[in-house]
Design a protein around this ligand. Sequence first.
Ligand SMILES: *Cc1c(COP(=O)(O)O)cnc(C)c1O
Length: 249
Amino acid sequence: MSIAEHVTAVREQIAAACQRANRLPDAVTLIAVSKTHPAPLLLEAAASGIRHFGENRVEEAGKIHAVAQHYPALTWHMIGHVQSRKARDVIDQFSVIHSLDSLKLAERYSRLAVESGRTPHFLLQMNVSGEASKEGFEASQWQTDNTQCQALWQAVRQIIALPGLHIGGLMTIAPVVSDSEAARPVFAALRRLRDALAADFPASDWTSLSMGMTDDYPVAIEEGATLVRVGRAIFGARDAIDSIDRRVR
Ligand SMILES: *Cc1c(COP(=O)(O)O)cnc(C)c1O
């Protein structure tokens, strides 16, 4: 199948999941995760109507330039963990950053945003599954573990007070499971956490829920995802380089 056919198939799945959940299909934004793939494939996806691309390494951002020459109005999402020293490049190249996973990084982004006048949107990455290998704020026990809850709320309170940072919601990566239903509790947990933060910090924007990948995005949509990050279902399998990423998952 061509990329265009893949995109059509994914959009049909999104529409079907929205219908099951009584949601409007345009409540969900499809992000084509193009990491490891060369610019010509991104152009093909853009020609098929993709307007949002996700990359996980700032080193691959050279593609952005190549693709933007033909499609200047695309939105670029940083979905991978960012080291502090690369934050400046990330803020320059990406308009949505899904992987804000520490107060330290938030402080750095805040300084850079104020300096540069750039105003990307940030999502707070949450480790709701409790897997040790996951990046993100510890958020697997916030409903039962008072210490974890207080630490998390304190971090959020400090982050939303930083100048220049537009927080837009939460992101999570579900564990790899053979049956996508097994990921449902993780997605439901992210939504519950979002609802709790929205209740306690109503002055901030908590609209976005970035959750769901090739193996589980229909379930994530049923649980309220507003952004799904889909790679393989659009571009096909990635080669071994990808092991970097699978290992973290
Ligand atoms: C690679 C990646 C995806 C896409 O994964 P697929 O299984 O190819 O859909 C989504 N989110 C993150 C954070 C990723 O690193």
